[in-house]
Design a protein around this ligand. Structure first.
Ligand code: ADP
Ligand code: ZN
Length: 205
C-alpha cells in the first residue's frame, strides 16, 4: 500500500503569502496518474479566489487542443502554447499571481531559471510533468525542478496489468524516440513489477 498524502498544504502556502514571497510547486508521476487533473484543480481554486492565473504548455504536446491543457478524463483549462522557457517568461504578465505549467518535461533546461525568477518575483508557480521517460530514466528538467521546489506532490496511476500502484509509463508501440506524443493509444501505466523498461519491450496486442 502506498500512503496517500494531502495535496492541500494551504496553511503552509498562506504563510508564504503573508510575507509576499512566491514559491514553486511540482506535481510528478507517470502518465494517467492525474497530474493534469491536479494542476487544473489548483488553478481553478486560485481563479475562484480571484487571483490572476496564467497557464502555459509546450507547443510539442498537441495531444488534444493547442489552446487548452486537458486531463485524460476530459477536464480542461485555457492555456497559452509556447515553444521555449524564454518565450513562456516573456508572456507572463507582471500582474499574474499564479503561473501554471503543464507537460514540464517537454521544456528546455532554461525552465529551471525561469521558474526561479518567477517565484522570486512573488508568484506561485505550479509545474506538472512526467518524472521519468518511457525507459524509466529521469526526464529533464523535472528532476532539477524537484530540487528547487518548495512543495512536491508525487501521484500514481493504477497498473493496468495487476491493479497495484503504477510508477512507470509503458510505451506500447515501437519507437525509440524519447518524445513520442500520444495517450492510451501508445502508453499505459504499469507498476515496477509489470513495467518492461527496455526500448525493445514487446508491444501489447
Ligand atoms: P496525467 O496528467 O498524469 O497523464 P490526467 O490528469 O491527464 O493524468 O488523467 C488522469 C485520469 O486518467 C484519471 O482520473 C482516470 O480517469 C484516467 N486514467 C486512465 N488510465 C488510468 C490508470 N491506469 N490509472 C489511473 N487513472 C487512469
Ligand atoms: Zn502491475
Amino acid at each position: 500500500m502506498v500512503e496517500e498524502f494531502s495535496f492541500d498544504n494551504t496553511d503552509e502556502r498562506r504563510k508564504h503569502r503573508q510575507n509576499g514571497t512566491g514559491w514553486v510547486e511540482v506535481i510528478v508521476g507517470s502518465m494517467f496518474s492525474g497530474k493534469s487533473e491536479e494542476l487544473i484543480r489548483r488553478l481553478n481554486r486560485a481563479a475562484i479566489a480571484r487571483q490572476k492565473v496564467q497557464v502555459f504548455k509546450p507547443i510539442i504536446d498537441a495531444r488534444y487542443s493547442v489552446e487548452e491543457i486537458a486531463s485524460h478524463a476530459g477536464r480542461k483549462h485555457l492555456s497559452t502554447p509556447v515553444a521555449t522557457a524564454a518565450e513562456l517568461n516573456g508572456n507572463v504578465d507582471p500582474e499574474t499571481q499564479v503561473v501554471g505549467i503543464d507537460e514540464g518535461q517537454f521544456f528546455d533546461a532554461g525552465l529551471v531559471d525561469v521558474v526561479t525568477e518567477l517565484a522570486n518575483a512573488g508568484k506561485r508557480v505550479i509545474i506538472a510533468g512526467l518524472d521519468q521517460d518511457y525507459t524509466g530514466k529521469p526526464f529533464e528538467p523535472m528532476p532539477q525542478l524537484l530540487c528547487v521546489a518548495e512543495y512536491i506532490t508525487k501521484i500514481h496511476a493504477i497498473c493496468v496489468k495487476c491493479g497495484s500502484t503504477a510508477n512507470f509509463t509503458q510505451r506500447t508501440v515501437e519507437s525509440d524516440a524519447r518524445v513520442e506524443v500520444g495517450a492510451s493509444d501508445k502508453y499505459e501505466a504499469r507498476c515496477r513489477k509489470c513495467f518492461v523498461p527496455h526500448s525493445d519491450a514487446p508491444t501489447v496486442v
